[in-house]
Design a protein around this ligand. Structure first.
Ligand code: ZN
Ligand code: ZN
Length: 204
């Protein structure tokens, strides 16, 4: 584990939320928001209103800045989010979760709690000098954000299937090279004939 479990969970859902804004609106209604929150283990106040949905949607461009800004800009954003959300960190234990930090009361609006929770997670990332773990997906044309929580920093692609797409593309490229008679094979036969020519003088 790179960060505390609640930090890692938060970074994962922040990335998932940010990525709902790329390639068209992927958070179009309250039901989609419900599903996203279930995946992120969210509890506490829910209004299930359009105002709540829009407030959450509006967080995405701000959160995306965690992937775009340099350290000083990120720190300014974190402090702004904490101040605006009147963050007051408290260790709590609820449902099936062991001690973790809540910095807003559970009856605060969802978008406020999300903003503060994202900021709290980013506090850890900045303090541990691990901002390099926040990257953009390596697949050409994909603008999704990636949180690399692997030990060897090996996560290159987002969770929207780009890893598979990259593997398929690499496989096809290999197949094409192997099966293309004007490519590899011709080079091989030229190499062989050069070998024979070079061998002739010693035979005669
Ligand atoms: Zn909690
Ligand atoms: Zn991607």
């Amino acid at each position: 584990m790179i960060f505390a479990h609640d930090t890692e969970d938060a970074l994962e859902w922040v990335a998932a939320l940010v990525n709902t804004a790329s390639g068209g609106e992927q958070l179009p209604d309250v039901a989609t928001l419900d599903a996203l929150l279930r995946g992120g283990g969210w509890t506490g106040r829910r209004d299930r209103s359009l105002a709540e949905l829009h407030a959450v949607q509006a967080l995405r461009p701000r959160f995306r800045k965690f992937w775009e800004l340099k350290e000083a800009g990120i720190v300014t954003l974190i402090n702004e989010l904490l101040r605006d959300g009147r963050a007051l960190p408290q260790l709590v234990k609820h449902d099936e979760w062991d001690y973790h930090v809540h910095a807003t009361p559970s009856d605060a609006p969802l978008a406020t709690r999300m903003a503060v929770e994202a900021a709290m997670a980013m506090v850890d990332v900045v303090r541990t000098k691990e901002l390099a773990r926040l990257r953009i997906c390596e697949l050409e044309g994909c603008t999704n954000v990636v949180v690399d929580l692997t030990k060897n920093r090996s996560k290159l692609y987002c969770d929207a299937g780009c890893g598979n797409r990259a593997a398929v593309a690499a496989y096809r490229a290999r197949q094409k090279r192997a099966g293309d008679p004007s490519g590899t094979r011709r080079r091989e036969s030229r190499a062989r004939s050069r070998g024979r020519t070079a061998g002739r003088p010693t035979r005669s």
